[in-house]
Design a protein around this ligand. Structure first.
Ligand code: ADP
Length: 207
């Protein structure tokens, strides 16, 4: 990224089922915000392509796709969005959901994204995550949500590989939000973080 500014970024962070995608979609409807979900990026691939097969292999086990593949694909995805005029880092705040997902991915992205805040959608109780994921399995037909053992594996992966990321970023960068509220209540808290950042870094770039 020589000669270029790092992308001004907010991370939506939390266990599977915490509501990252729900909040991300709403935030993405705000002018001047681009929401990017790594899960959506993977699910948008042709399932018969080489990468599509790699994704299925890992996600159906509840495992993370290998870091190099993930970061390369993400960089390519961002490049396409920029080339297609869908992402302009000079006017848009980037909201990332699902990536980076471990310390190595964060290190690989440190030169590319400037993480202004990590919004941690926090669960007091794992049982709530499991019940949300099961409901989502029925609504969205997601294979990785359907089986309890796969859900448990994803929660283990979150605890062992993803959660430690919270120590990678400075404490004052982390904003804890209670994930147990309704989507609107959670949104209220999330916006308290996002709106001032957007104003500080972009003013009203779209006016
Ligand atoms: P959830 O957060 O509910 O588990 P996602 O939609 O974010 O769901 O991700 C679904 C699957 O996609 C993950 O279980 C994993 O296999 C893969 N995946 C998504 N993001 C990443 C990432 N940053 N690194 C590696 N694998 C990922």
């Amino acid at each position: 990224m020589s000669g270029q500014q790092r992308f001004k970024t907010v991370l939506l962070f939390g266990a599977p089922g915490a509501g990252k995608g729900t909040q991300g979609k709403i935030l993405g409807a705000i002018p001047g915000v681009l929401h990017m979900s790594s899960g959506d990026m993977f699910r948008g691939m042709d399932p018969e392509s080489r990468l599509g097969k790699i994704f299925r292999e890992y996600s159906t086990r509840g495992e993370l796709v290998p870091d190099e593949v993930t970061i390369d694909l993400w960089q390519e995805h961002v490049g396409k969005l920029r080339a297609g005029g869908k992402y302009d880092p000079t006017t848009q705040l980037l909201v990332l959901d699902g990536i980076p997902r471990n310390v190595n991915q964060a290190a690989l992205l440190d030169g590319v994204i400037d993480v202004l805040k990590v919004i941690h959608l926090a669960f007091a109780d794992e049982k709530e995550a499991i019940s949300r994921l099961k409901k989502r399995a029925m609504k969205e037909n997601r294979a990785d949500d359907a089986k309890e053992d796969v859900i448990r594996r994803r929660l283990d992966v979150y605890r062992d590989e993803t959660r430690p990321l919270l120590d990678h970023y400075a404490k004052d960068r982390i904003a804890d939000v209670d994930a147990l509220g309704s989507p609107a209540q959670v949104l209220l808290e999330v916006l308290k973080v996002v709106a001032p950042l957007q104003a500080t870094y972009f003013g009203n770039a779209l006016a």
